[in-house]
Design a protein around this ligand. Sequence first.
Ligand SMILES: Cc1ncc(COP(=O)(O)O)c(C=O)c1O
Length: 440
Amino acid sequence: MGDSDIEELRQSILARVAEYYDKAHNNRPFVPGQSTVHYAGRVYDETEIQNMVSAVLDFWLTAGPYAEQFEKQLGAFIGVREVVPVNSGSSANLVALTTLCSRQLPDGLRPGDEVIVPAVSFPTTVNPIIQNRLTPVFVDSCLGDLNLDVAQLEEALSPRTRALMFAHTLGNPADMDAVMAFVQRHNLFLVEDTCDALGSKWDGRMVGTFGELATLSFYPAHHITMGEGGAVYTDRPKLAKIARAVRDWGRDCWCGYDNPVNGKCGIRFEREVPGIPGFYDHRYFYSEIGYNLKLTDPQAAMGLAQLQKLPDFIRRRKENFAYLYEGLRPYSEFLMLPTWHPKADPSWFALPLLVRDEAPFMRHQLTRFLETNQVQTRLIFAGNILRQPAYQHIEHRVAGDLSNSDQVMRGGFFVGVYPGLDRPRLDYMLDTFGRFFKQL
Ligand SMILES: Cc1ncc(COP(=O)(O)O)c(C=O)c1O
């Protein structure tokens, strides 16, 4: 078979994939009360499947041509120089914080240094602090935007404080004026977990571009998906180089996708490594204590197709949020609706709600009612994470009494706004809330 015959065969396979998608996937009938109204989910068409099949036909497997394009296009969308794809958002957080602990950074984080983090967090925003032998210092959150309470940051400070790490909760940007004033005043590193906030802006600027490093998740619940996947991004090439080493077993090699035989450095085989007699192949030269957190090319192929849809996804998330918000406003006597800063332009992950302490029902009664009626709900991650069993014995400090974190743990939950929710589904959600409140 010649090249053109092979290309023709490939195109016919991809055409059949489109046909398959249309017949097997492209029909989402909605039966109120029977079909699940998901809190999130993958939204795709034939392009995602075709891209993945194409990657499988290439049989490159490990990060390759699709990953390279994905890095470039995601970097262009966010407006950063460096994107380091990884296999999950949790891995991204681990890589980002581990990067700041590098011995290649003279002023890097060292064991025992303190990192301020909100107690209301996703676990793997906190875990890299513990995993890197740093000490988390927990601050409370605000009940309105569910972000870290910037008024408590000064109180959380000690001579060992070196960094601040937090997620922009459910896509709602934290007060970045206050955050940046604080980190600059005290010369702290900032890691922004934007796993739930791709496309959110503060004062016209993308969140994630304020700190040294930021992270993303591409799990199906997130703004774009690769199945499993994530990324670290930064404007600082030196940090990106360290992050790639941490991701890739700790090895120092920066050959990237071109991977020339003699290395990009041109001295792959003649590399002199202090402490190692003679020369040592650069590909086996380790400058970090690393992991293997890489993603595969079929994943990146899906991500690339998703990126084309991202602006539309963001628009639809905002529209769905606004529609539900207006529809739930009549129940604000019982439910605290979220607030956001005038400078914040959230690309919402979900719509958070807080059952007021004075409400004549408990959170679980409402969430059970919603779920029994096929409306999915989720809690605001770990709640006050210090109350979770795994965190009972960690070394830590606390600023304040975390009373809001406890209230979020007691009353907080969220429902979906993802682009897969059309008007009939949104109306059904509102109708289900209405039925709950009617029976009170
Ligand atoms: C704020 C936040 N950070 C990190 C993660 C972890 O991402 P992943 O599930 O891809 O590991 C999540 C997951 O949903 C998250 O919401």
